[in-house]
Design a binder for this molecule. Structure first.
Ligand SMILES: Cc1cc2nc3c(=O)[nH]c(=O)nc-3n(C[C@H](O)[C@H](O)[C@H](O)COP(=O)(O)O)c2cc1C
Length: 336
């Protein structure tokens, strides 16, 4: 059965964490998995050429706990993307996602990412080639358009082309990408969000699984979208304030909320195993800095970790120390 027509597949899309270069590496994803046991996780974008010719263990390796896990690919050559998708499927990924949203100069120069919004036919050929190569869902993450584009019909035609090619789901980062004059960071903030385009897409194509992304920072904001689409994808909020991910998973599934300390403790065996294999704590600790975001004593947690994690020999006791400092600062704040 094609995932497009499988209600269980649509139901599995309720929550995901966005692909984020330099952020959503394997350590980060293991942490996110602890916070949200059922969420769909995405890798950083990896170019098809790198998958084919690069160090696969480093680029594609993941921990068994990370499922369901999608590999996000960059590229615009159907044969290369098909080959990379096959490699991803062989490695055990649960989905391959094609990036049609990245606006960076480097990516534009390589003719992939957001500029592909203007090449629906080529993207359709890429998707079709990947679909033919693998049995796992092939999905597309896109914007609403590029630069001054402001035509819903053009956006919908882009999506329809990918669905005809076999795309099982569309992630809509619900704003345009401006290819000239804005940095990638500004491109995540300045072009206005238009959730209504994603809503309309879903309303007019009820069988198409649609995931909404962009600017969702609270449980309430994310949950409000679930009336309109199949799922929400959180990017920066999940990274900077990861407890939101846990709270959203709890709100969606009814699982009880766990304390931050409890969640950290669940990560402990992974951290200790990695340290034993020679990894420096800083590579994991950098993803944990936001765990106490907005909490009394939260600054203390961040400070202890960011100052201590890069020191040689830093180990789990630093996490315990960070929690202790956080607790003491919170108690002092409560008493004053
Ligand atoms: C540091 C960073 C790196 C990103 N890298 C990617 C990427 O590799 N592929 C991609 O499709 N989007 C990438 N994005 C965009 C996010 O996936 C997401 O679409 C965007 O941040 C909007 O969602 P948010 O408002 O929830 O953060 C990146 C975003 C950030 C902040």
């Amino acid at each position: 059965m094609q995932p497009l027509h499988d209600p269980r597949y649509a139901a599995s899309l309720r929550l995901s964490v966005a692909p984020m270069m330099d952020w959503t590496d394997s350590h980060c994803r293991v942490f996110h998995r602890v916070l949200a046991p059922g969420a769909r996780l995405y890798t950083e974008m990896v170019h098809a050429n790198a998958v084919i010719h690069g160090d696969r263990r480093r680029l594609l390796g993941f921990d068994a706990s990370e499922h369901p896990l999608a590999l996000q690919l960059g590229g615009s050559e159907p044969a290369l993307l098909a080959q990379a998708a096959r490699i991803a499927a062989d490695w055990g990924y649960d989905e391959v996602n094609l990036n049609c949203g990245c606006p960076s100069d480097r990516v534009q120069a390589g003719r992939f990412g957001a500029c592909l919004m203007r090449e629906p036919e080529l993207v359709g050929e890429c998707v079709a080639a990947m679909v033919a190569a693998v049995d796992i869902p092939v999905t597309v993450k896109c914007r609403l358009g590029v630069d001054e584009d402001n035509d819903y019909a053009t956006f919908a035609a882009f999506v329809d082309r990918q669905v005809r090619a076999g795309a099982a789901m569309i992630v809509v980062h619900a704003r345009n990408a401006w290819l000239k004059g804005l940095s990638p960071k500004e491109n995540r903030e300045i072009p206005p969000l238009r959730y209504d385009w994603a809503h309309r897409l879903k309303r007019e194509r009820p069988a198409l699984p649609v995931v909404l992304n962009g600017g969702l920072a609270t449980v309430e904001a994310a949950q409000a979208q679930m009336v309109h689409v199949d799922g929400v994808m959180l990017g920066r909020a999940a990274y900077h304030d990861p407890y939101v991910l846990h709270a959203l998973e709890a709100a969606q599934t009814g699982m009880p909320l766990r304390s931050r300390e409890d969640l950290l403790e669940q990560l402990r065996p992974y951290v200790e195993a990695q340290l034993q294999r020679g990894l420096a704590l800083k590579h994991i600790a950098r993803h944990l800095l936001g765990l106490y975001h907005g909490q009394p004593g939260g600054r203390g947690f961040r400070k202890v970790l960011s100052e201590g994690a890069h020191r040689p020999g830093a180990d789990w006791s630093l996490l315990e120390q960070a929690v202790q400092v956080t607790r003491e600062q919170a108690e002092r704040a409560a008493a004053s």
